[in-house]
Design a protein around this ligand. Structure first.
Ligand code: 2HA
Ligand code: ZN
Length: 270
């Protein structure tokens, strides 16, 4: 049997969480990542996929029945994932009843999945309807995006356009923009449902005074989305105190979209 620690999906989770920590997006136990993995890939490492424990989730994820998900653990620190993936990560399979998670690997110390599992699985369900290739949901606390939610209007069109105007890349990378939620209590089914609702229209959802959610086909793509929005927010905060002499205009945004063949949100560029 192959060593699962060497599996691409485990190694990528280790590298991604290490990078997120290094960038200051995930202090202490902040942040969580989940990625749907193919049953045949799990089978290569876990013969017969024996269930270690069954853990109730407290919400219905029937749409993901039978799917395997590698996910970070509750209370676990991103800085430690790389050195001990088997304690800090777990592979769960959504049980036939849709409300239990079957632990197939990991959470070695008796731990369990992130407290934000409702937002993750509900977002997976929403994104899969838009893009059947979506695999990753990523949540973190990037400093500049978070800071921006204190000083910028939370209207999602205004928030997105401010970011689009900071660097050319923003329009290229997220022409679909960002959804924005007001501050809400985290870890609840309610914030999960609100996030998933936004995920019908956006691959990124900002949680005011908390952080951001991103969705994508793989870890690199999802990381890159958040990284680009965070860079835009950093520039916004750096230039905010000064008089703006020139900027990326709506005309320029249109030029970018045409040249890079991306479709921005309907009616968001005048
Ligand atoms: O799990 O980031 O939103 C730690 C968090 C909660
Ligand atoms: Zn958080």
């Amino acid at each position: 049997m192959k060593n699962i620690i060497k599996a691409k999906f485990v190694q990528e989770m280790c590298d991604t969480t290490a990078n997120m920590y290094r960038l200051g997006w995930d202090e202490r136990n902040g942040g969580n990542v989940s990625m749907i993995i193919e049953d045949k890939d799990v089978e290569k490492y876990l013969k017969n996929r024996k269930v270690i424990r069954t853990i109730p989730m407290g919400f219905d994820a029937s749409a993901l029945k039978g799917k395997c998900v590698i996910v970070t653990g509750t209370g676990k620190y991103f800085k430690n994932v790389k050195t001990d993936p088997e304690t800090n990560l777990g592979i769960i399979r959504i049980a036939a009843n849709g409300t239990d998670a079957e632990l197939l690997w990991g959470f070695k110390d008796g731990g369990k999945f992130t407290s934000e599992l409702p937002a993750h699985l509900m977002s997976h369900i929403a994104r899969l309807k838009v893009d059947p290739k979506n695999r990753v949901i990523m949540h973190c606390h990037p400093i500049n995006i978070l800071s921006m939610t204190f000083v910028h209007d939370l209207d999602e069109k205004a928030f997105t356009k401010t970011l689009w105007r900071t660097i050319t890349e923003c329009m290229v990378v997220f022409p679909d923009g960002l959804g924005v939620l007001p501050w809400m209590l985290c870890g609840t089914n309610e914030i999960g449902e609100a996030t998933a609702e936004k995920m019908k229209d956006f691959r990124m959802v900002v949680w005011a005074q908390h952080g951001i959610y991103g969705a994508g086909r793989d870890l690199d793509e999802t990381f890159g989305l958040i990284e680009t929005a965070e860079k835009g927010a950093e520039i916004y905060l750096k230039i905010k105190p000064f008089e703006i002499k020139q900027e990326i205009t709506d005309e320029n945004l249109k030029e970018i979209a045409e040249w890079f063949k991306v479709a921005y949100k309907d009616g968001w560029v005048d």
